[in-house]
Write a protein of this length. Structure first.
Length: 503
């Protein structure tokens, strides 16, 4: 009897053949040199691989991110993510095989994309990723989850789409990413220079139109930057010159033509409608712009980064102040656009913007709210925040806030602690970062101690304080936040527009 059972087991295994192979053998990951012929193979789906997060990347950090399916930041953990490896490297191809190149030994500036190719059923043309939202661009941390999904028969993060010339597309796309990176310093200098110049002119002349132009300088730069990206302007010199001229003209025109209340409110509403529409319909315009997401650094591939979130904070609060009783509706719409994974994907903006809108509502109410009313307002705002996160997740949205909320209070606390540690490490990483941060903080404290209290300025300062806690780029937030606060103060106090606009 035992012989019959044994023979039956042998025959069953033999009849199953290769289809009965273990799930792990259906997918392989192989690291090869960048010169490997597979990266030119017409049988593969091709893409560009971002090997890490932060200003620098190393081969060891990239390999750890590949195997663990997570990114480590170069500032606090030398680019080495925590956790255990989820996959292992292979030496032989499988039914579906991920081929990729890694950085050479040593530490390098994180400005180079490395080739990645996938050969297997359903993969052809260009690789896509639901994590980057940019056709052809793949984060190294998405490989492990995709391998595990394929092994279990689930839908992977890394997929593909057809293309007649994938290698030609990737060459052009890589060039656009390089030009976008090279134009960012010039773009920020134009932004800062325009805000400072118009602010000083408004301060010297007391002109309300110039005060409004100074306040609208940052939104103007964001709009012009998106337009230049949409038209495919790639030369860093052309971008900087066009951004300076276009933003100056737009800010001055809007300052002259959009007085409070209704014209300015409509103009600010059009700003958010335009920005959110671009982020939803054409995310690459923002990702390849001089002012926008920074996909080459691995931290933000699309949507609203901390820099843009800080620049849009003041216009959002002014719009809410202008509409009066409609403030809750404006707050809900702006926060929804910020947090939605398919638009802004700025999960931290959820608490930052809600904090600003709450303080603005209290300050414009005319009297100090009691403890019970304040607690009720906070509870309603927290409920609205959780509802927005839940709706976003229900529609397939995925971000670190949906993961943190889904993980419960412990995960939220751990995420917050990591961000605080990252912020502190970033501030002290270089002397110029520390100098800019502490100078900006000193001016923000000076603004907070002014005797003339403005509801919208108080709301901005409160939101910036929250942002410094929950976000991980303190220099951007403090530096751009103080500029936003100063031009707002110059416009509303020194040019005396507050009586007509926001009181």
């Amino acid at each position: 009897m035992k012989r019959i059972v044994a023979l039956g087991l042998v025959l069953t295994a033999a009849s199953a053949g290769p289809a009965a192979a273990r799930p792990a053998e259906r997918v392989a990951v192989i690291v090869v040199p960048a010169s490997s012929p597979v990266f030119a193979s017409p049988k593969a789906a091709h893409g560009l691989l971002v090997a890490g997060e932060g200003a620098t990347v190393s081969r060891g950090g990239a390999l750890a991110s590949l195997l663990r399916g997570a990114l480590g930041n170069a500032v606090v953990d030398s680019g080495l993510p925590g956790g255990k490896p989820k996959i292992s490297l292979s030496t032989r191809p499988a039914q579906t095989t991920f081929y990729l190149a890694l950085p050479p030994p040593g530490r390098h500036h994180n400005v180079v994309r490395y080739p990645i190719a996938v050969i297997g059923p359903g993969y052809h043309g260009l690789l896509t990723s639901s994590a980057t939202h940019l056709t052809g661009l793949i984060a190294i941390s998405d490989v492990a989850p995709s391998v595990l999904a394929l092994r279990h028969g689930d839908r992977p993060t890394i997929r593909s789409r057809s293309s007649s010339d994938p290698l030609g597309y990737l060459r052009s796309f890589d060039s656009r990413l390089t030009h976008a990176h090279d134009s960012r310093t010039g773009g920020v200098l134009v932004l800062v220079g325009l805000m400072v110049a118009l602010g000083l002119l408004a301060l010297a002349t007391g002109s309300r139109a110039l005060g409004r132009a100074a306040f609208l300088a940052a939104p103007s730069c964001l709009v012009v930057s998106l337009i230049l990206s949409a038209f495919g302007v790639t030369s860093p010199t052309e971008i900087v010159v066009a951004l300076a001229l276009g933003s100056t003209a737009l800010a001055l025109a809007c300052g002259a033509l959009l007085p409070p209340r209704l014209p300015l409110a409509l103009g600010l509403a059009a700003l958010f409608a335009f920005v959110f529409a671009v982020l939803w319909a054409e995310p690459s315009w923002n990702s390849l712009a001089a002012l926008g997401a920074r996909p080459d650094g691995g931290g933000r591939f699309y949507g609203v980064n901390n820099q843009v979130s800080t620049l849009l904070l003041s216009p959002a609060l002014v719009l809410a102040a202008l509409v009066g009783p409609a403030l809750p509706a404006v707050a809900l719409l702006v926060v929804a656009g910020m947090v939605a994974s398919f638009i802004g994907a700025q999960a931290d903006g959820l608490v930052v913007y809600l904090a600003g809108f709450l303080v603005l509502a209290w300050r414009t109410a005319g009297r100090r709210p009691g403890t019970a009313r304040a607690a009720a307002a906070v509870a309603v705002a927290a409920g609205a925040a959780l509802a927005l996160v839940a709706i976003d997740a229900a529609f397939g949205g995925s971000s670190h806030i949906t993961h943190a909320v889904g993980g419960g209070p412990g995960t939220l606390a751990g995420d917050l602690a990591h961000r605080i540690r990252l912020s502190a490490a970033f501030v002290v990483s270089r002397w110029n970062e520390a100098l800019l941060f502490f100078l900006s903080m000193a001016v923000l404290v000076w603004l907070a101690l002014r005797r003339q209290r403005l509801p919208v300025l108080d709301a901005l300062l409160a939101a910036l304080a929250v942002s410094l806690v929950v976000n991980d780029t303190p220099t951007d937030i403090a530096g751009l936040g103080v500029l936003s606060g100063l031009v707002l103060w110059i416009w509303l106090v020194r040019s005396d527009e507050r009586a007509d606009a926001l009181d």
